[in-house]
Design a protein around this ligand. Structure first.
Ligand code: PEP
Length: 246
């Protein structure tokens, strides 16, 4: 299966800066062996999507509302994203921590994405406390249990899962590849036990957490790790290009 490299630009870059970055990526990424996705902020999303229309680089959103239409000032729904984005990040730890997203909210958002033909990139991962208590595996499988609960068995194959230990996001403290390998195995085993192996075998499992062009290869070499979710380093076109061409 082809690897998937996703750049999460978070709440960075104006429209002009976003377009500069997408242009640079377009011009520098030559025949990457992986599928590439960039996730600009909502203000820049349409402009970047138009800029990358005929490019190999696909576009993702960073969030989605669980409802398709409502009097919810400031929110963005699946039908609005259809045609602009192909992917959407759901359940990122920054949204769980700073915007109070519960496992139930995340489950409804995953379902909204699938309903609107967007591929959800579901983020799961333990925080430092849970890690220190030896609860990392349990935390992640509990999240998966709840976050996938609004999908039918058939719909499960339409998602991407990113293992993102919270303590490794934006900290420069990346997880050791052997720890990631263990968790990737746990996630795959959970999926196989819960759903039909035939359905879950194509689900891409990514790692995210302080990935850069120096450490990316160690994760991509992990058995069953099918790509990366890159935050900070995706804002630097040289680094991101390097990661995409590994
Ligand atoms: C992320 O935003 O999902 C992420 C992993 O960020 P960073 O690479 O900066 O740790």
């Amino acid at each position: 299966m082809k690897n998937l490299i996703v750049g999460n630009w978070k709440m960075n870059l104006t429209i002009g800066q976003s377009l500069l970055l997408s242009e640079r990526l377009k011009n520098n990424l030559k025949n990457p062996t992986s599928d590439i996705v960039v996730c600009p902020n909502y203000v820049s999303l349409a402009a970047v999507s138009i800029d990358l229309k005929d490019s190999i680089i696909k576009v993702g959103a960073q969030n989605i509302n669980a409802n398709d239409e409502r009097a919810y000032t400031g929110e963005v729904s699946g039908p609005m994203l259809k045609g602009i984005a192909k992917y959407v990040i759901v359940g990122h730890s920054e949204r769980r921590i700073h915007f109070g997203e519960t496992n139930k909210t995340v489950a409804l958002k995953v379902a909204a994405a699938v309903r609107n033909k967007l591929t959800p990139i579901l983020c799961v991962g333990e925080n430092l406390h849970q890690r220190n208590e030896g609860l990392a595996g349990r935390t992640v499988t509990d999240q998966l249990e709840e976050n996938l609960s609004e999908l039918t068995h058939k719909e499960i194959s339409k998602i991407v899962i990113a293992y993102e230990p919270v303590w490794a996001i934006g900290t420069g403290e990346n997880a050791e590849p052997f720890e990631v390998e263990k968790m990737i195995k746990t996630i795959r085993r959970f999926l196989i036990n819960k759903y039909k192996a035939k359905i879950v075998v194509s689900i891409k499992l990514l790692y995210g957490g302080s990935v850069n062009s120096d450490n990316a290869n160690a994760y991509l070499s992990i058995d069953n790790c099918n790509g990366l979710l890159v935050g900070g380093a995706s804002l630097n076109y040289r680094q991101f290009t390097k990661i995409c061409q590994l």
